[in-house]
Design a protein around this ligand. Sequence first.
Ligand code: SAM
Ligand code: SF4
Length: 334
Amino acid sequence: MTAPAPLIDQFNRRISYLRLSVTDRCDLRCAYCMPERQTFLPRKDVLSLEELHKLALGFIDRGITKLRLTGGEPLVRRDMIELVKALGRKLGDGLEELTLTTNATRLAEFADDLREAGVRRINVSLDTLDRAAFARLARRDSLPQVLEGIAAAQAAGLTVKLNTVALKDLNQAEIPALVEWAHARAMDLTLIEVMPLGEVETDRFDHYLPLSEVRAALDARWTLSDSPHRTGGPARYADVAETGGRIGFITPLTNNFCEGCNRVRVTATGQMHPCLGGNEQVDLRAALRSADPDAALSTALDVAMKIKPLRHHFDISAPGGAPAVARHMSTTGG
Ligand code: SAM
Ligand code: SF4
């Protein structure tokens, strides 16, 4: 039998990285991400543990080597660790890296299990170290648990990278302090521009902060030099001479980061989005629940490769602040 063909899109980009959302639910309500009264998906629509596993194996068969589990908050899903353990068995057998993105509220509980299952690096989202500001931004007073989670992950031997959404007037002034805090604890920190995904109560444009502005402020403070470091994602890194650490910049709005895109995303209901910033969609749940799931899944992946767009169509200043894409980041998976 011949090996299944790798995933190559219509623009000849090799797709090797899957971000798989295991739930759209979350224990926080970050104001830029979702409204306070978010409507979550009915549980029956969400893929079962077995379906998530089968789906991931189908992708690995087609050459996906890096798998990031995300959400919503992946660690609020009850059987999440079972999935991590099952997928961990594919490490070294097609899969090169298994990782996750988490808000860290429940990380203290799961850090050892993650490490044992083969996870080595995780991304933790942290926008502020100020407890009151955190409670306002995430609408939950959970900073102490998050800090405990980060410490537990490091103690368990996981490499932690922080992700920080840069927000004008909200955490802008604190960014250098966050970087210093991270670097003092051997963590890289990546800054992200806020993206117009899904309706929220606030106008994101009010807090949109171009990273070019943040970079200029950091350049004035420290000696930054561009780094060749890459993690397979869209971040571009700079080394900071004074702190000895690295800062990543993810600039979907001010730069075109689509050229070398190697990623696709799947929601917790099995909808595949070949582009985070596009409305293209392929129903993998229907494929998984069909009479011949293996063949149907592989065909669906071929369809996705034909419709993955060249680039996203974000525009933060769209009239009325309307989101470019109706899905929230918590649905598509960060
Ligand atoms: N709950 C987990 C967490 O917060 O890390 C995983 C999912 S969350 C949707 C993934 C990442 O997306 C987080 O770093 C979050 O800050 C980011 N995010 C959410 N909404 C965003 C938006 N509209 N623009 C830019 N980043 C966003
Ligand atoms: Fe939850 Fe992550 Fe969205 Fe915050 S960014 S509300 S932690 S899914």
